[in-house]
Design a binder for this molecule. Structure first.
Ligand SMILES: Nc1ncnc2c1ncn2[C@@H]1O[C@H](COP(=O)(O)OP(=O)(O)OP(=O)(O)O)[C@@H](O)[C@H]1O
Ligand SMILES: [Mg+2]
Length: 230
């Protein structure tokens, strides 16, 4: 099943006097269950492209379909609802809420977007805590956790609503190499267990090797997508 289809997708940012062509006429298809990385130098358009796929931003031209929905046509409220149902996000800077415990951070998307009973929510959060190896840390606050532990919680939070797709923009950029490997392997394990599609971006040549498909951007253009050993 094809999950994401982009055709001649472009995003131009108009700042005061200049136009920045952040993504230029990009076309690709991403199969459900992929473990794919966008790579490329700083400014090549990785974040812009992930933001388009994640319905956080709108294309200037071209078409983009995610899970069969023409996402460029969604208004703000529709895009928010679509994200809540279909997409989980993992960020470079973790973006956990400091006043919530690890448990509460993972639970938060369920409280926001789905009307699950508290008992159901608790069961689901405990499952995820176990899956990311953080059961015994569930009552800690983010500032009591290491970077790798925070990212485990963020991965659990991204998966708690059972999204079709997880988008991770440089998820290992703030982690040491060993922890970065652990986090990428954890994401791959979650893909293997749940068949969730993972699309991430990275600069880090040491973890690029973990991707199964590597798509290279240069100056906003997709220069190639190739299968890797993963
Ligand atoms: N909101 C914005 N307004 C104006 N220009 C922007 C905006 N966001 C990104 N750009 C520009 O678009 C281009 C692509 O940026 P983008 O953040 O997508 O690159 P990137 O590949 O993620 O880079 P990095 O590896 O440094 O994170 C850059 O030239 C950037 O300056
Ligand atoms: Mg970026």
């Amino acid at each position: 099943m094809i999950l994401v289809v982009a055709q001649s997708l472009s995003k131009t940012y108009a700042t005061d006097s200049v136009e920045v062509k952040a993504v230029q006429g990009v076309s690709f298809e991403i199969t459900a269950g992929s473990f794919l990385s966008f790579v490329g130098p700083s400014g090549s358009g990785k974040t812009t492209l992930l933001n388009l796929i994640g319905c956080l931003d709108k294309p200037t031209s071209g078409s983009l379909t995610v899970a069969g929905v023409d996402v460029a046509r969604l208004d703000r409220a529709q895009a928010a609802a679509f994200r809540g149902e279909n997409i989980g996000f993992v960020f470079q800077s973790f973006n956990l809420m400091p006043v919530l415990t690890a448990f509460e951070n993972i639970e938060y998307p369920l409280v926001m977007v789905q009307n699950k009973l508290p008992g159901e929510r608790r069961t689901r959060v405990l499952e995820l805590l176990q899956a990311v190896g953080m059961s015994d840390q569930k009552n800690k606050f983010p500032d009591q956790l290491s970077g790798g532990q925070k990212q485990r919680i963020a991965i659990a939070r991204a998966l708690v609503t059972q999204p079709k797709l997880v988008l991770a923009d440089e998820p290992t950029a703030n982690l040491d190499h060993e922890t970065a490997y652990t986090i990428i392997r954890l994401m791959k394990k979650m893909r293997n267990d749940l068949n969730t599609t993972f699309i991430f971006s990275t600069h880090d040549t040491r973890i690029i090797g973990e991707a199964e498909i590597i798509c290279t951007l240069e100056d906003g253009k997709l220069v190639r997508c190739e299968e890797a050993h993963g």
